[in-house]
Design a protein around this ligand. Sequence first.
Ligand code: PMP
Length: 302
Amino acid sequence: MLINSVSELIGHTPLIDLQIDVPHHSHIYAKLEMFNPGGSVKDRLGQYLIEDGIKKHKIGNQTTIIEPTAGNTGIGVALAAQQHHLPTILVVPEKFSFEKQQLMKALGARLINTPSELGIKGAIAKARELAKEITDSYVPMQFENPANPATYYHTLAPELLADLDAPITAFVAGAGSGGTFAGVTQYLKEQNPATKAIVVEPEGSILNGGPAHPHRTEGIGVEFVPPFFKNVTIDQTLTISDEAAFAQVKQMAATQGLFIGSSSGAALAASLQVAETLPENSQIVTIFPDSSERYMSEHIYE
Ligand code: PMP
């Protein structure tokens, strides 16, 4: 395969039929988003946000891109901005993984860290402040930009239907910004209203009404209900402990040769729980958003 640019490698990732025991002889299929060039599901978003901004004339030749991010969106945005020679500033709470922050810098982005205690809200506030100070700047703002769910509605969701012949009984995915879950759910339910949609959060996220507190599972968990959830029907919200998520991370490496990140581990733990409640031979589709290799400094296999 000859390509001219890594952006051609975004999307069309493999869907794996996991060779694991699933309750009621069901199957769990996982979309391996680590095979995107920046290593996560958020390369799709970075490309879409930058192209959308250019199309809508919000981004010119020298516009500075500013975005608050937990990391993977930052990598996706930096990759897309680099392709268009646009300067990029990413605002990242300092707790997020060392590896992701290194990758963002390697792509040429400037990083500004905000205190971990202020959470993603602190990064959002800082990004807005910078946008006021820097003339000719643009904040795509993944947390409220409808281009976020639209990315997944137009790319990931149709790929899932094309990848799998059988109807999808249930779709299970974690939520950070909520864009992946909302965009894919909307598309799948339009195509087949019988498909159930299950959103996954770690303990310490607020969807199930529990108290907000820090968690080790990275990339999912919300401090506020994503605005994109207004447009979709959520059949169930499952809260998965860090322990259960990391147990699946280890299990996938040991038995499937798959190095998955902790949000993937949570998605798998939730998919296994969902299988218990579904009929025989259900087809459960989930997303593995990234790889464990970007969390090695957190000793996740120990
Ligand atoms: N997993 C990981 C590793 C992520 O980085 C993200 C994005 N923060 C998600 C899951 C959740 O994706 P979304 O923002 O679309 O809800």
